[in-house]
Every structure is written in C-alpha cells, then in structure tokens.
Design a binder for this molecule. Structure first.
Ligand SMILES: C[S@@+](CC[C@H](N)C(=O)[O-])C[C@H]1O[C@@H](n2cnc3c(N)ncnc32)[C@H](O)[C@@H]1O
Length: 221
C-alpha cells in the first residue's frame, strides 16, 4: 500500500516568454548570470510584471512549494517509504520525486535545483520531469481513489475520511497554489473533496495534518 501525495497546479515554473524582457526579470536573471528563461518565476521579485500574466495571482510562489515539499518529506510515513510525492505544476509538468529523496532544506538550494530540473539540465537523478496533466498522472499510478482537499469540501473527521476513501492506491491532492480553488481539469477527477477545518489553511499545514491522519487511521494490511 503506497500513498501518492500530489501537490496540484503548483505555483512553480520558469519565467514564461511573455515576461522575458521585463525589467525585474532581466535584473534577477543578470544577478544569477542566467537567461530569463532559466530562472524561476517569483512573485516576491516579479510582482508588477506578473500582473500581466493570466492567472498571475495563482503563480510564481516557489517558496510555498518548498514549504509544502518539506512538510511531506519530514513525515514518518515518507521516511519509511510509504508515501510517494509528485509535484504537478500550473503548466502541466509533473516532477516525480524518487522515493525517499530529501530535497534541500535551504530555500536557496531548492531554487537552484528547481531551475536546473525545469531547464532540462541534469539537475538531479532524484527528480524526473514529464509533461503531464493531472488526469494522466492518475492513470499512470493506476489510482483507485483520488481524494482532494479544499476548505470548500465536506468537513470530515480524520478517521472518517481515511476509512471511507483511502484504498490500496490512493492519491491525496492538495493545491500547491496560494489562492483560489482547483481548476475543472482537477476537480473533474476527484472522487471526494474533504475539508479538514472551517478555516483556509496553508498547503504545508494541510499536508502535515492529512499525512498524520493517514498514519493513525489507515487500514493496517
Ligand atoms: C493556500 S490553500 C489555497 C487557497 C484557497 N483559498 C483555500 O483556502 O483552499 C492551499 C491548499 O490547501 C488546501 N486547504 C486549505 N485549506 C483547507 C481546508 N480547510 N481543508 C482542506 N484543505 C484545505 C487546499 O488543497 C488548497 O488548495
């Protein structure tokens, strides 16, 4: 029994071509000695330029993705090899993180690694990138249950959602974006949408809680 944790529509991408000639983008690329196409889109640096982007408010938060990744990779279930992590991005790439891999705790190093991996350089043998939508990922892992988490879902106790929806090959889908809800391309493939609290929470908080709930209440095989 392996649990697939998918960070969906994550705000992690290289600067799109539309913004390559923006001043803030040119300046951060120059500081790194890279081409604008090789650096991460980052709201803290490119805020004004990002106002021109479609869905700009949902994109360019690699810091948030970093926190979410660390929340998963620090759990006992992940360390024991019971959890597999995928990062699905806004632009429909899937980063397949090799089981048991610990990603850098330093944000600076995480950023460098993601820039290499997304630029197609040999960043790490531990992360593979593929062009893939959420539906294709579900098919690839042959999931028999796809559980989405959202404040707008059905408020359930941990033991209730785990016993009702966790099966042999389950996906837990948590948004890797700062605002808004899942897009229809994700919503249409969820078997259940669960709320774990009446308040909107950060992805890393939701991830640590739902993995802990899974550890406590899953059916022992
Ligand atoms: C920063 S939130 C996205 C913003 C959105 N306003 C929200 O509240 O869902 C990141 C993700 O955490 C999860 N999440 C946030 N609050 C939640 C809650 N109360 N119950 C279940 N999942 C939640 C959702 O998967 C969401 O996409």
């Amino acid at each position: 029994m392996l649990l697939y944790v998918v960070l969906v529509e994550s705000a992690l991408e290289l600067v799109p071509q539309q913004l390559w000639s923006e001043r803030s983008v040119l300046s951060s690329a120059k500081n790194k000695g890279k081409h604008p196409s090789q650096i991460l889109l980052d709201r803290s640096l490119h805020h004004a330029a990002m106002l021109k982007l479609k869905d700009g408010l949902r994109r360019g938060r690699p810091d948030l993705v970093h926190q979410a990744v660390l929340a998963v990779t620090g759990t006992p279930a992940y360390l024991k090899g019971e959890v597999k992590l995928y990062i699905h991005t806004y632009t429909n790439l899937v980063l397949d993180v090799l089981e048991g891999t610990r990603l850098p705790k330093s944000y600076f190093r995480f950023q460098g690694l993601m820039e290499k991996v997304l630029s197609g350089e040999e960043g790490s043998r531990l992360i593979k990138v593929k062009e893939m939508g959420f539906k294709e990922l579900i098919d690839q892992v042959n999931a028999d249950s796809v559980i989405g988490f959202s404040r707008k879902g059905v408020l359930m106790k941990p033991e209730e959602w785990v016993s009702k929806f966790v099966k042999e090959n389950s996906i837990l889908a948590i948004g890797g974006f700062p605002r808004g809800s899942f897009s229809p391309a994700v919503l249409n493939h969820l078997n259940a949408i669960i709320s774990i609290h009446e308040m909107p929470l950060e992805s890393h908080v939701v991830l640590s809680r739902v993995i802990y709930d899974y550890e406590r209440f899953r059916r022992q095989t």
